[in-house]
Design a protein around this ligand. Structure first.
Ligand code: CP
Length: 306
């Protein structure tokens, strides 16, 4: 397949080549020696129906660093506002012979639907509450750089688990790699069905969930996916489920602190923890560019030209 729509069902052997190529791009980027040829003559279109800072910018940089022509479609100013459907929009971009289509959409399954209709490689940049595969790949690369392996780790993912596409992709990836995932949060934000997705333990007590963990990954309250009146108070949430220094001390000594961003300081994570030496949050962003370079290059290689 020349698309990246989900990590569900992918084996370690299928995931590792993305991480290995991304690791080499991370080294090259630090020495400012990224090759510019792999996507020369190719066109990448970023089609984001939801807000983004990290994902959209890093796909743009990744495409440019590999020599592609990159277009950021501004959905807010597009003919979507005149009633054009998602499929007709994609067909229009396809007719312009775009090679790589990076899609973020509020509806789970939207990128998969497009992938059946266009010739371009489709990359899921986050679809509803379903998956965010490149986020889990960059999280994995960051963990592997610090911990040397993705096997046998205990990764606590805390907060608004239920509305998170990041957690679903992480569960599929980390389970394939042989790690254990603890999802931690209030019962209202942690559906029990999540345990069936992989090697997952469910914890409703933050202290239990953090005990001895190798990695603590915090998630934002995704208010945009909550019904009116169902948003927890920020103060209450931080009191029971916020990551502060006292709680972090329960994890393994030197445990990695991660967050996919955007962060809400003082809600799910204390500011001093986000900026502490244990935090690899900015490194996650850096790895995001390397991972997206690897994904774009590998998918492009797999695609049979039309
Ligand atoms: N982590 C993430 O997807 O961030 P953005 O929404 O800023 O792209």
């Amino acid at each position: 397949p020349h698309h990246l729509l989900a990590l569900e069902g992918m084996s370690a052997a299928e995931i590792e080549p993305f991480l290995d190529l991304a690791a080499s791009y991370a080294l090259l980027s630090r020495s400012r020696k990224a090759p510019r040829e792999a996507l020369r003559g190719r066109t990448l279109i970023n089609l984001f129906f939801e807000d983004s800072t990290r994902t959209r910018t890093s796909f743009e940089l990744a495409g440019k660093r590999l020599g592609a022509d990159v277009i950021n479609m501004s959905v807010a100013n597009s003919s979507v506002n005149k009633g054009e459907t998602l499929l007709d929009t994609a067909a229009t971009l396809n007719a312009m012979r775009c090679d790589l289509l990076v899609v973020r959409h509020a509806a789970s399954g939207a990128p998969a639907l497009l992938a059946r209709k266009v010739d371009a490689c489709v990359v899921n940049a986050g679809d509803g509450m379903h998956e965010h595969p490149t986020q889990a790949l960059l999280d994995a690369l960051t963990m592997r750089r610090h911990l040397g392996t993705l096997s046998g780790l205990t990764v606590a993912i805390c907060g608004d688990v239920g509305h998170s596409r990041v957690v679903r992709s992480n569960i599929h990836l980390l389970t394939a790699m042989g790690s254990t995932i603890r999802v931690v949060g209030p019962p209202t934000l942690v559906p029990s069905s999540i345990a069936s997705l992989g090697n997952v333990e469910v914890h409703h007590n933050m202290e239990d969930g953090l005990a001895g963990a190798d990695v603590v990954m915090m998630l934002r309250l995704q208010k945009e996916r909550m019904g009116a009146g169902l948003v927890p108070s920020a103060r209450e949430f931080f009191r029971f489920y916020g990551l502060d220094q006292r709680r972090l001390a329960l994890a393994r000594s030197g445990a990695l602190v991660m967050h996919p961003g955007p962060m809400n300081r003082g809600v799910e994570i204390a500011s001093d923890v986000a900026d502490s030496v244990q935090s690899v949050i900015q490194e996650q962003v850096e790895m995001g560019v390397a991972v997206r370079m690897a994904v774009l290059e590998r998918l492009s290689r797999m695609r049979v030209p039309t």
